[in-house]
Design a protein around this ligand. Structure first.
Ligand code: AVJ
Length: 320
């Protein structure tokens, strides 16, 4: 669990904390090696993700933006003004900033694991919107997080766009959403973007684009691990793999060893056979009914849903 007083602007160690080393080591030594997708987001990773969002194949960002553009006033009416807007995985804060004129939040609390990237974004934003109190939190909220007292308790609206919820498995997602519901309290709620199940070819292309930007994003994780735990990964020895697993209703991303090799890091070493993989990300895709059922299991009240004409993506508001 996080000490959420770990606000943006503090000192970041050159290498990861002991907990980070332990987490990465455990993942790399597991029989099926895995690294959490949160480690994509060093500063280059955050920029590569911004580039992904502009790719023709990557429909979620622009589809979600179109839903907000078309139904913004309706969404604002459902949500109400003057909330405490808590932006989970805020990144460059652009999505929330686009909603400021409609939602007129009393306080804006962007949270992101990429602390320095976030701090830069908030500095610019505070100048554009001096009337909104802003508190940037540079932390990993994936294991839940207790917000500091300086986050207003009144009318908390958790904003979780972009289908980032897809990184959690269904059980984890339910636990995570339950935590948000408990923290939101009376009058609080959730505004969330959810990617929907669709044609497999469209999904595959969105995670394996022609330019290779998603491949670079996936491979950059290895550079980040080199920095975090002193590993000696060579990205040229690894391949990007991404595909939709229909059975499990999720995109899977892996890094696959091109040939047999060994990797060393602080206190660890592992051999990978040719073709052996490190799992790096799941991105679960939901049906509307499936996600509403998940929200209800997490204790949220009946939701309102807005979608695009093709039904590719959903924006959902649920009351705590
Ligand atoms: C940030 C988790 C929503 O799953 O679509 C994009 C991350 N990975 N391309 C997603 C991602 C590869 C993205 N999320």
């Amino acid at each position: 669990r996080n000490a959420c007083a770990d606000a943006a602007g503090g000192q970041r160690p050159a290498h990861g904390a002991p907990a980070t080393l332990a987490e990465i080591t455990a993942g790399l030594l597991a029989p099926s090696a895995a690294v959490s997708p949160k480690f994509f987001y060093d500063s280059l990773g955050s920029r590569l993700f911004e580039a992904i969002c502009e790719l023709p194949e990557y429909y979620p960002t622009r589809t979600e933006a179109a839903i907000f553009a078309r139904h913004g006033s309706d969404i604002a009416r459902a949500v109400g003004t003057g909330c405490t807007l808590i932006d989970l995985g805020a990144g460059n804060c652009a999505k929330a900033a686009a909603l400021f004129p409609l939602l007129q939040p009393a306080q804006y609390v962007p949270v992101d694991i990429s602390r320095d990237f976030l701090a830069d974004a908030v500095r610019g934003l505070q100048q554009r919107f001096p009337e909104i109190g802003m508190l940037a939190l540079g932390l990993d909220f994936s294991q839940g997080c207790e917000l500091p007292d300086s986050v207003r308790h009144a009318r908390r609206l958790f904003f979780y766009p972009g289908s980032s919820i897809g990184n959690f498995g269904p059980d984890e997602a339910q636990r995570f959403l339950r935590g948000l519901r408990d923290s939101a309290g009376e009058q609080g709620g959730l505004l969330i973007g959810v990617d929907l199940v669709k044609d497999t070819a469209l999904l595959d292309a969105a995670y394996d684009d022609a330019l290779g930007v998603t491949a670079a994003f996936n491979l950059n994780l290895l550079n980040h691990l080199n920095h975090l735990v002193g590993a000696d990964f060579d990205v040229r020895h690894w391949l990007h793999r991404a595909f939709f697993n229909e059975q499990a209703s999720r995109i899977e991303m892996h890094l696959e060893a091109r040939h047999a090799l060994s990797v060393r890091w602080q206190g660890g070493e592992r051999h990978f056979g040719a073709g052996e993989r490190i799992h790096t990300e799941y991105s679960y895709k939901y049906t509307r009914a499936g996600f509403v059922a998940l929200l209800e299991r997490a204790g949220f009240e009946a939701a309102r849903i807005w979608t695009d004409p093709d039904g590719w993506f959903a924006v959902i508001h649920a009351r705590a």
